[in-house]
Design a binder for this molecule. Structure first.
Ligand code: GLC
Ligand code: CA
Length: 584
């Protein structure tokens, strides 16, 4: 294969390995190989809750080091670590005080280097979470910025004068509730915070800020990380002049989502970031990008996009029309839900893009509780969702515990919850006139804590997570649902994930193949094909708790290569049954 410099860069942008593009790879270079991250399985570790090595009740890097074999057995090739930088932990690390330091509670820089090295020995790359929309209020940059209006960093954050009556510059409400502005005496001005007051927004309009953030990313690239997840990245650009939003809450405030997400011009910032950080590095980038419409996906991912993948949230918000109001739950149908996946699958598929497939993360409820009927069998349901997660086109992202079939916690008092946003949502519901009981129901449904309870390793006290007192209670189902007992049970959710990871490796159409939805209007079955020139897989998943019929001729002549239940004949799926057929 002959390539000039331009096509080499193009190939690199397309994600081909550079050695292949340059012809230094194998002699069989005619065949285009996908980059490693398209074939891999990614796993999100909530560092605070994964494994505690020193008995202080808080997960840490040495804890992760001790469980790398567990990840390897699931064929995980990329581990996204939630932020473990120095932080006062107002939002569990999403408030970064120093991007160049590991928080002592999680370990040291040497531990991190060791983790990157030991993971690499097992074919696992570490993915860092870049929290670049905002910093902590205790970050040295912010301390300098707030000190005066004419210091070197005075323009590094978003400052605005009060209105004439001294009130906030406009009516924007933070995503976590309350005004998005906080007053600072020393400057006589307000600063903007999309999230908590402890998380002031950086001013990306300032080239010095962008350069400083590029330096941070390069520092971590030099450490050998395999990729970046870009936190809250659709918020980095704010509309000029900070116009008031149309009030959508009783107090006359307006949610910040509509106002500041995906503002015109944001792609210029991100193109610059891609050129300075992503280009020529063998990594992937994934943006947390709510509010990007499917039509715009080619601008965000693929050869001309700014990221390799972005997390979209349509499917996880299917039941939540107003993100602030957890009591307003919207009923939804399976065809509606399928449409979210299919739209992004089809748009990215036809434009050379790629998606991160996910059903959970550390901000979302557990998928078994979220997407299945209330009477669903937990284990069978978790397996059905596993098949979906692992066979859609894209890189699957497993949230720690998802592979064990974890469900939401339902604590009896709001005081039992830790997450600041959960507490704010609860207060918001009371303010809107819901009863305490209703507000708590919303918490049981959507609290971020459900995804953050300590990992359950075995049936010993505290589930083997810590020898001390865990920072957050271990869920009381740990005697049954834990890694050790599920590893020993051939029929467990964990072993289903392991088998699906092998299946992806053995059947290339499941990683490389195109996506084509089938039976869109079927109210119980999620069905789609994955096809390469050599083979075609047909995936059939019954997400309902009743038997579901389909046209038996669809699977004629195919081999059944995977199933969550013993074979039961063609033309009908048992409740929550999932199967994969292959045509050659
Ligand atoms: C992202 C994170 C979330 C965090 C927020 C503010 O949405 O995933 O956990 O609270 O950004 O950084
Ligand atoms: Ca610890």
């Amino acid at each position: 294969m002959k390539m000039n410099r331009k096509s080499v860069l193009r190939a690199a942008a397309l994600g081909m390995s550079l050695s292949l593009a340059l012809g230094t790879g194998s002699g069989l270079a005619e065949q285009e190989t996908s980059p490693w991250w398209k074939k891999t399985v990614a796993y999100e570790i909530y560092v605070k809750s994964f494994k505690d090595s020193n008995g202080d009740g808080i997960g840490d890097l040495r804890g992760i080091l001790s469980e790398l074999d567990y990840l390897q057995e699931m064929n995980v090739g990329a581990v996204w670590l939630t932020p473990c930088y120095a932080s006062p932990q107002a939002d569990n690390g999403y408030d970064v005080a120093d991007y160049y330091a590991i928080d002592p509670v999680y370990g040291t820089m040497e531990d991190m280097e060791e983790l990157i090295g030991e993971a690499a020995k097992r074919g696992i790359r570490i993915v860092m979470d870049l929290v670049f929309n905002h910093t902590s209020r205790e970050n040295a940059w912010f301390l300098e910025s707030k000190a005066s209006r004419d210091g070197e960093k005075s323009d590094w954050y978003i400052w605005a004068d009060p209105r004439e009556d001294g009130s906030a510059p406009n009516n924007w409400r933070s995503i976590f509730g309350g005004s998005a502005w906080e007053y600072v005496e020393s400057r006589g001005q307000y600063y903007l915070h999309t999230f908590l007051p402890e998380q002031p927004d950086l001013n990306w309009e300032n080239p010095e800020v962008r350069a400083a953030l590029t330096d941070v990313a390069r520092f971590w690239l030099d450490k050998g990380v395999g990729g970046f997840r870009m936190d809250a990245v659709t918020y980095i650009k704010k509309p000029a002049g900070f116009p008031d939003g149309v009030p959508d809450a009783k107090d006359g405030t307006a949610g910040i989502h509509g106002m500041t997400a995906n503002t015109e011009g944001i792609l210029d910032f991100l193109r610059e970031f891609k050129a300075n950080v992503r280009e020529n590095a063998d990594i992937f980038t994934v943006g947390e990008a709510n509010g990007v419409p499917a039509e715009d996906l080619p601008l965000w991912v693929g050869p001309d996009g700014v990221f390799d993948m972005i997390f979209e949230f349509g499917h996880v918000l299917v039941d939540l029309p107003d993100e602030m109001n957890w009591c307003n739950v919207r009923p939804w149908t399976l065809p509606e839900w399928k449409a979210f996946f299919s739209k992004s699958q089809e748009t990215t598929g036809s434009t050379g893009g790629w998606v991160p497939v996910f059903l959970e993360n550390h901000d979302q409820p557990r998928s078994v509780s979220h997407f299945l009927p209330q009477d669903a069998d937990r284990v069978l349901g978790a397996k059905a969702l596993a098949v979906l997660l692992m066979t859609l086109r894209g890189t699957p992202f497993i949230m720690q515990g998802e592979e064990l079939g974890f469900v939401n916690v339902a604590w009896e008092s709001i005081d039992a919850y830790n997450d600041v946003s959960t507490k704010n949502h609860y207060a918001f519901a009371l303010g809107e006139g819901y009863s305490a009981e209703e507000a708590l129901k919303g918490v049981h449904r959507f609290a971020r804590d459900s995804a953050r309870t300590p990992m359950q390793w075995d049936d010993s006290p505290q589930a083997g997570f810590t020898s001390g007192t865990p920072w957050m209670p271990v869920y009381d189902d740990f005697k049954v649902y834990n890694a050790k007992s599920e590893a020993a049970d051939g029929n467990s959710v964990l072993n289903t994930y392991r088998a699906l990871a092998r299946l992806r490796q053995e059947h290339e159409e499941l990683t490389e193949g195109s996506y084509l939805e089938q039976m869109h209007d079927h109210g119980q079955i999620f069905a789609f094909e994955r096809e390469t020139q050599e083979a075609k897989a047909l995936v059939l998943i019954n997400l309902s708790t009743a038997p579901a019929a389909y046209d038996a001729s669809m699977t004629e002549g195919a081999e059944r290569i995977f199933g969550t239940l013993p074979e039961s004949g063609q033309g009908v799926l048992q409740p929550l049954e999932a199967v994969v057929y292959e045509f050659r």
